[in-house]
Design a protein around this ligand. Structure first.
Ligand code: CTP
Ligand code: ZN
Length: 150
């Protein structure tokens, strides 16, 4: 059977694959894709052998530095980045959870200063699987299933 793409192939740019379906819009938020003028296409609830269902995002004519894209590991730890040039996949990268996370995630502690005042959050990752992040300000731990994007 001929292989068919659910979301059209792109000529040049980045394909972010293997995103958990629940994380699709969090990834959009983290990467601020709503502010891009590039062509962005995405699909959700696509069949995946490894994950059951998955989401995928394709960004035309845009490439990402590790630092910029590693932030999505907080919500899409198995995401794969494919660099596309002239329709070919020329590079595949996995995302890595950074050691420190600035902004992006809310501190789970309602009494934390970052929830009361206009102070950007700052966390140290103390465990990767599942994610446990320690707030620099209140020292409380935010766990993976509590992660809310700011
Ligand atoms: N892709 C695309 N446009 C292209 C080439 C590839 O949108 N010109 C997408 C494919 O649809 C796929 C991803 O980029 O979602 C990776 O492509 P490929 O490596 O060919 O697919 P797989 O082998 O299935 O990838 P994986 O490493 O995830 O198994
Ligand atoms: Zn805090």
């Amino acid at each position: 059977m001929e292989k068919q793409l659910n979301v059209s192939a792109i000529k040049d740019g980045t394909v972010i694959d293997h995103i958990p379906t629940k994380a699709l819009f969090k990834v959009v938020q983290i990467l601020k894709l709503d502010e891009f003028n590039n062509m962005v296409t995405f699909g959700n609830n696509l069949d995946s052998k490894a994950m059951g269902t998955k989401a995928i995002i394709k960004i035309a004519n845009r490439y990402f530095e590790d630092e910029e894209v590693n932030k999505i590991a907080l919500v899409a730890p198995n995401a794969k980045l494919n660099t596309i040039r002239n329709y070919e996949v020329v590079e595949k990268r996995v995302v890595q959870i950074p050691e420190q996370v600035n902004g992006i995630v809310r501190c789970f502690n309602p009494k934390c200063i970052t929830n009361a005042e206009n102070v950007s959050t700052k966390f140290q990752i103390i465990n990767e699987k599942p994610i446990e992040m320690k707030c620099y300000y209140c020292e409380k731990i935010t766990y993976e299933n509590e992660i809310k994007i700011k």
